[in-house]
Design a protein around this ligand. Structure first.
Ligand code: FRU
Length: 489
């Protein structure tokens, strides 16, 4: 039976479909149908298609009681909208259906999410209570199971918070299911708990997969845990991070931990850790394993501390381009999903162009494109790529060779609010050689450094007329540039 809350959310979504013109939308990034969207949820493969759910408040462009919006795709670029999958309509999730994940089992699509409710405390006040719940469906509609919540606070040892206990990521291995869940310890610091089940209904607590001990922020949200290229990778989104050198400037940031998982004792031995993205707007990534054995990550393209958007739009929130992951020398690499290539339109290439000063190149302009810029040689000190430019507005991506630092700057992109506009990332022993792949959509800039060694994701809401791209150097530099226009069809 469809609850009134779910019906209402679907009516609201229909309103968005009617009222929001395509001209207000990005061309190849997933955006909220109407209202607010945050974390990707339930990114999964089900019956030959990839499903994406997301934290959704269709009534307002600000966060509110969480629903799960739903879409599916065959190629990670073109999405088909589906009815809203979950609404906060039962006692155990009346304050929200928070983040979670999904898998296919026995022909069914199984979702695990965090139900948020309130409980009375001893002093008569009310406090949040978070439990893990299951909904089962057929790819379109979902019902919450009788046995919910399937993982409640009673399963947790003392010291584990029952208020901050959320964002389960489930997977299946041989004849068992596993789930990692974000949690806080008795000191308030983040930790990831591991659970297992034989039938998805009865769950057992296995232990703490990894403790943060306040090394990286406080609470750890949205864990994901998987095997990749002979390693195990834990992705988490820590709250309240402090900047370290050029990493973790976002407040709520992201961290990739690479290591080895001792499957007998269920302990994760970490070897390397690093920010997942170095830009201004990236949080809560989640991955799916594809049919052809690729690991694809998608994330919420936004910062928690401010919500940059166009205030005239009735939608707020986009996802990053889905990215293929790999591990090389203990580092997580990411590049845009290869399916993007089937959307390439016009291609313009320049081989070995020497730039000394300012230059605009014929055919290199536009706002929806995939452009690779390689600088291989030259006596240059710095170079700058000026993007989304017109007479008033522009955004820059610059490289300072002696510092080996790439900087993104949207100060003059037309934003009228006082917020952070600049972010930098270090380039490893570059010696003047550098490769930048830039994905531009109407409202975003995603930068991939040296074949995906680092990524930097940021929003810009510059008016669409700003289409110029210019190159500027201090000293002589030799460029190779390939630009592919990206079309919707
Ligand atoms: C992360 C997060 C999750 C939570 C959800 C609520 O962005 O705070 O921990 O489940 O958003 O919308």
């Amino acid at each position: 039976m469809v609850s009134q809350k779910l019906e209402k959310a679907n009516r609201q979504q229909e309103k968005g479909n009617k009222e929001i013109p395509m001209e207000q939308r990005p061309i190849f990034h997933f955006s909220a149908p109407i209202g607010w969207l945050n974390d990707p949820n339930g990114f999964s493969y089900y019956k030959e298609e990839y499903h994406l759910f997301y934290q959704y408040h269709p009534y307002d462009t600000n966060w509110g009681p969480m629903h799960w919006g739903h879409s599916k795709t065959k190629d990670f670029i073109k999405w088909e909208q589906l009815p809203v999958a979950l609404a906060p309509d039962l006692e155990y999730d009346k304050e929200g259906c928070f983040s979670g994940s999904a898998l296919e089992y026995d022909g069914k699509h199984v979702l695990m999410y965090t139900g948020v409710t309130t409980k009375e405390t001893e002093n008569g006040k009310s406090a949040a209570l978070q439990t893990q719940c299951i909904a089962v469906g057929d790819g379109i509609s979902y019902h919450k199971i009788e046995k919910n919540p399937v993982i409640a606070g009673e399963l947790l040892p003392t010291g584990c918070s029952r208020e901050d206990f959320r964002d389960p990521k489930i997977w299946q291995e041989k004849d068992a299911f596993y789930a990692v869940v974000g949690n806080r310890d008795q000191n308030g610091s983040g930790q990831i708990l591991l659970f297992t089940s034989k039938d998805l209904n009865c769950w057992n607590y296995c232990g703490i997969l990894l403790k943060n001990n306040y090394e990286y922020g406080s609470m750890w949200e949205c864990p994901d845990f998987f095997e990749l290229d002979g390693n195990h990778v834990l992705l988490v989104s820590p709250q309240d991070m402090e900047a370290k050198d050029l990493e973790f400037h976002c407040g709520n940031g992201t961290l990739s931990v690479i290591g080895k998982f001792d499957k007998t004792n269920l302990i994760f031995h970490r070897e390397n850790q690093r920010a997942i993205d170095y830009g201004l707007d990236f949080y809560a990534p989640q991955t799916v394993r594809t049919k052809d054995d690729r690991r694809i990550m998608i994330a919420w393209m936004q910062s928690w501390d401010y919500h940059m958007g166009n205030e005239e739009f009735k939608w707020s929130g986009m996802m990053t381009v889905p990215r293929e992951l790999r591990v090389e020398n203990g580092t997580l690499f990411q590049v845009p999903v290869r399916e993007i290539e089937t959307y390439y339109g016009d291609t313009v290439t320049y081989e070995h162009v020497t730039i000394d000063g300012m230059l605009e190149l014929e055919g290199i302009h536009g706002r929806t494109l995939d452009m690779t810029i390689e600088v291989n040689a030259g006596e240059y000190k710095t170079f700058e790529i000026i993007l989304a430019a017109n007479e008033q507005h522009y955004t820059t991506l610059s490289y300072e060779r002696d510092q080996s630092v790439v900087t993104f700057n949207r100060t003059y992109s037309g934003d009228k609010r006082d917020r952070t506009h600049i972010r930098s990332m270090r380039v490893k022993e570059a010696q003047g050689k550098i490769k930048l792949r830039v994905l531009l959509d109407w409202y975003s800039v995603e930068v991939f450094l040296n074949d995906g060694e680092k990524a930097m994701t940021s929003l810009i809401y510059t008016e669409r007329e700003a289409q110029k791209i210019q190159f500027c150097t201090e000293g002589k530099a030799e460029f190779c540039i390939t630009k592919h226009e990206i079309n919707r069809e």
